[in-house]
Design a protein around this ligand. Structure first.
Ligand SMILES: NC(=O)c1ccc[n+]([C@@H]2O[C@H](COP(=O)([O-])OP(=O)(O)OC[C@H]3O[C@@H](n4cnc5c(N)ncnc54)[C@H](OP(=O)(O)O)[C@@H]3O)[C@@H](O)[C@H]2O)c1
Length: 325
């Protein structure tokens, strides 16, 4: 039984706590907030014993084996370092960090502490993504050469919302763009060159961003993200012998289409019961049981490389966060 603590009782933490009920060998035993009221409300909702109005107290709780860091991006580095330093395993929400320098610190700290660390890219553990990797691996579309993927939501401009707040690491790239980019690296491997364009809005965050990625093995990725327009939220992978289409939402599809050029496509059904976060929780549990300190499905080197790619894109579109100044 892995005993989890949750840092940050917000929207995604709610989904995480609900997903835990679909996992046999895990339990949420503590939650930390900046407010006793919010900690209590969350703890009551999920029947959690440990409830703290201080994030540090979660690090000091000896009953906690692993911490789910679900605070805003700008806190991910400090929160993760605090829990790693206390000897806790950490599953840190995406984007893992504000930039690659922070990501490297976190990875080094986990290695020093000898504990497990993973970026919570839940897509990677869904049945659809597992099946996608399998069908590409057995050559169903030949050699994958191109990935086109986008993720955009239409949100009203609200300077206080974390998506529009520079001080909370807001913007389309870090929150949504991470998903198309990680699909590109999953399918095409490491990125060697990036060309990007972006539009910064009135609050200073990137409201639109697009990038063309050249991969070391010769593939091309084309990715877009937006927070003021609902993009298609789909993805298409073109290989030498066939193609795959992921329907909306491309980061959590329950089916996909696969076809050879000139032949009728087949729909691959990957439906599952539940929300989907339970698959990444199960992966953490599997890794811990196997004595692993990282997941081979979402390796830390790839997490750092994704952060470096987003640094490159941000430097090209002129997006700097106050925490970096
Ligand atoms: N994997 C996914 O599908 C997914 C989906 C959504 C979000 N996320 C990621 O999860 C993280 C949290 O997103 P969310 O949508 O859950 O955000 P949210 O609803 O705003 O929750 C964030 C929580 O962080 C805590 N917090 C601590 N310091 C804070 C600060 N200075 N400002 C604001 N909140 C602070 C807040 O709790 P207290 O105020 O009670 O301390 C709040 O409940 C983000 O990094 C996001 O990218 C992932």
């Amino acid at each position: 039984m892995i005993r989890w603590g949750i840092a940050g009782p917000g929207d995604i933490a709610d989904r995480f706590a609900q997903a835990m009920s679909r996992v046999d060998d895990g339990q949420v035993v503590a939650v930390a907030s900046r407010s006793a009221d919010r900690a209590n409300v969350f703890a009551d909702r999920y029947d959690v014993t440990g409830r703290y109005d201080d994030y540090r107290a979660l690090a000091d709780d000896p009953t906690v084996d692993a911490v789910y860091v679900a605070t805003p991006h700008t806190r991910h580095e400090a929160d993760t370092l605090m829990y790693l330093d206390a000897g806790k395993h950490v599953l840190c929400e995406k984007p893992f960090a504000l930039n690659a320098t922070q990501a490297r610190h976190m990875v080094e700290a986990a290695a020093d502490a000898g504990v497990f660390l993973m970026e919570a890219i839940w897509s990677r553990f869904l049945p659809s993504y597992r099946t996608l990797v399998e069908v590409i691996g057995v050559g169903r579309i030949g050699t994958p050469l191109q990935v086109d993927a986008d993720f955009g939501r239409r949100m009203p401009v609200d300077p206080t919302h974390r998506m529009f707040d520079l001080h909370q690491g807001g913007g389309a790239l870090l929150d949504l763009g991470i998903y198309p980019i990680q699909l590109c690296t999953l399918v095409l491997g490491p990125i060697e060159h990036v060309v990007a364009a972006g539009i910064l809005g009135e609050t200073g965050v990137d409201e639109q961003v697009a990038a063309v990625l050249r991969h070391e093995r010769g593939g091309i990725g084309v990715v877009k993200a937006a927070i003021r327009a609902p993009l298609t939220c789909t993805a298409r992978i073109n290989g030498t012998d066939g193609w795959i289409e992921l329907p909306a939402f491309m980061h959590c599809p329950v089916s996909f289409s696969i076809g050879a050029y000139g032949a009728d496509p087949e729909v691959v059904d990957c439906a599952f019961e539940g929300d989907g976060l339970e698959f990444e929780i199960a992966e953490v549990h599997r890794c811990l049981a196997a004595g692993l300190t990282e997941s081979p499905t979402m390796p830390l080197a790839e997490t750092v490389a994704l952060a470096a790619t987003m640094d490159d894109i941000r430097s090209q579109i002129g997006l700097v966060y106050p925490a970096e100044c």
